[in-house]
Design a protein around this ligand. Structure first.
Ligand code: LLP
Length: 429
């Protein structure tokens, strides 16, 4: 039936009618660990990383995996072992990165709302760089650094005002967004930073959005960032590195394939060279493009529910496990783990058990399925488990990482005791 290339292929592919992650049959994993179950392919992660490494070969450049995309410890461990640093946005992500084997010096701290406590901990550990998002934050970071007797290495996140042509919730480089320092304030902000004794100004950074599927917004943004580098350096402040953020999309659907990381970076380095900045240290913060198509979510069909206007497949995964369709109307392919015999399919909305009409995972999908079948929701490696919640008091799913023929449980399913542990009843009387 399927001679198609699945998102995540060749690491997720049908063999003898059974969907496999590398050499492991997914139906066996569902039987052993239950559903919903996230399954990741280590080879798929390393292949995605390989495209960046090819693009960066021979350059002064480093990859900082954006922890928010998938912050499970074993996933971070794979990237730490492969030589990546980490891009974090909270004190919690910092502790995760360290627990997974990351070195503080290989951590960069992004985000618009860093607290004093988070700054202090990061300074005491000696992280590599703070990506500062406002002049107010420069002052607070200077104050904390001075108090603890450290110098904070900083880069200023600038807002290049380009349209990343992605969903408005995940577009970050436009004037109306809360992120970064406006281009007309950039030189002033750098002067301010350079005058603060607790800070060491090292670089510039930008991040224009996520799930970007074309090269043009990246190339435009780089031009604008380099214009700002020129202006800042004309003011006498030398910048050692350019951090170009993350944002490269993945193919969730066959007909929407973004550029490969190596091809994109070839164009970006050509621009850096042409404009005379090829000697600078280059940093990138990819998240989704490293893990998105390296994971799937297995879910069991509970009911086929005929409706008046639509037919529904009710599954045991929901918006608390897979929040992207509800939040961004995102598309995830849904496939049976056992190829169904031809011709028996219907058109269904695939929905979860959560009590909201927004709890849909796929709309108008052709599927041949029945209760008890296991389905795979594809492209679920990024921004699924890391955004999962306990809504409707649903425990978060278990996770398995596959490496060739070996499957390791990397997170146990959350139990009701896990969920109730921190709560207290009111005292009697
Ligand atoms: N660096 C910064 C400063 C970021 O804000 C982000 C993502 C990244 C790097 C990584 O971007 P990526 O390479 O993953 O596109 N939950 C949304 C995506 C939110 C992205 C937020 N920032 C989704 O599920 O589509």
């Amino acid at each position: 039936m399927k001679d198609i290339q699945l998102p995540g292929g060749p690491h997720f592919a049908y063999r003898d009618g059974e969907l496999h992650a590398e050499q492991v049959a997914l139906s066996a994993l569902a039987r052993e660990h239950g559903t919903p179950l996230f399954v990741y392919s280590k080879a798929a992660m390393l292949a995605a990383l390989g495209a960046y490494q090819r693009g960066f070969a021979g350059r002064k450049a480093k990859i900082f995996y954006a922890v928010k995309a998938n912050s499970s410890l074993a996933v971070l461990q794979v990237f730490a072992q492969a030589g990546c640093g980490f891009d974090i946005v909270s004190g919690g992500e910092l502790e995760r990165a360290l627990a997974a084997g990351g070195k503080p010096a290989d951590v960069i701290f992004s985000g618009v709302g860093k607290t004093r406590a988070e700054m202090q901990r990061a300074l005491e550990l000696g992280i590599g760089c703070f990506n500062v998002e406002s002049e107010e934050e420069l002052d607070v970071l200077n104050e904390v650094a001075t108090r603890v007797g450290r110098t904070a290495t900083v880069s200023l996140r600038v807002n290049p005002d380009v349209d990343a042509k992605t969903h408005p919730y995940i577009s970050t480089g436009l004037k109306g967004n809360k992120f970064g320092i406006a281009s007309d304030r950039t030189v002033q902000a750098y002067r301010h930073a350079a005058g603060l004794p607790g800070l060491n100004v090292a670089g510039i950074d930008c991040h224009i959005g996520s799930q970007i599927t074309e090269s043009a917004p990246f190339l435009d943004a780089l031009d604008r960032v380099l214009d700002m580098v020129a202006a800042v350096e004309a003011a006498g402040i030398r910048l050692q590195h350019v951090d170009f953020g993350g944002g490269l999309g993945i193919g969730y659907e066959e007909d929407n394939q973004p550029p490969q990381a190596d091809a994109l970076w070839k164009q970006l380095f050509a621009k850096l060279d042409a404009r005379g900045y090829g000697d600078r240290m280059v940093m990138a913060e990819p998240g989704r493009s490293l893990v998105g198509n390296a994971g799937i979510c297995l879910t069991e069909v509970l009911y086929l529910k005929p409706g008046e206007q639509k037919q529904f497949v009710v599954i045991d995964a929901a918006m608390n496990d897979l929040p992207r369709p509800a939040m961004y109307q995102a598309f995830h392919a849904i496939m049976p783990v056992r190829e169904a015999p031809n011709g028996a399919g219907g058109t269904y909305d695939v929905v979860g058990p959560v009590c909201e009409s927004g709890d849909w995972i796929g709309r108008d999908r052709t599927l041949a399925t029945q209760p008890g079948d296991v389905l795979a929701v594809l492209s679920a490696g990024a921004y699924c488990m890391s955004m999962a919640s306990n809504y409707n008091t649903r425990g978060r799913a278990a996770e398995v990482l596959v490496d060739a023929a070996k499957a390791t449980l990397i997170r146990e399913r959350e139990t009701i005791d896990d969920q109730l542990r921190k709560e207290k009843l009111l005292p009697a009387g």
